[in-house]
Design a protein around this ligand. Sequence first.
Ligand code: ZN
Length: 144
Amino acid sequence: MPGYRPEPDRDSRAWWERVAGREFAVQECDACGTLRFPPRAFCAACRTEGWHWRELEPEGKVESWIVNRRAFVPGLHDPYLVVMVRLEAVPGALMYGNWRAERPPEAGEPVRGVFSQVDESLIVLDWIPESRISHQLSENHPAD
Ligand SMILES: [Zn+2]
């Protein structure tokens, strides 16, 4: 069971709405094309406010991880693992998510994000080892 629950704010709400539609996207600056995550009001590179969504493959590498030995959410099995992933397409961006594998991650390990329905109102992006992709694709995209 996933342990991480997002708390969307003004800047991240639109991003979570896209995740709810099972779409993985980051912001792209209208002026200089810089990709950014987490969502911000303007570009850190050129200060331009205009931006649009750029849909990406949810791919990255494990930067670090946290083992939660105490479940803060009732009903969770502990310990559970939250990984910090450096996005392949946005090297400056780190993303957190639940780790979904029977073993711990390895530093630098290629991973892929998969959408996970937590409950009626929440979909999150979990991360799995790249080596499990073929299995997960059939599990998550039965219509493909
Ligand atoms: Zn820019």
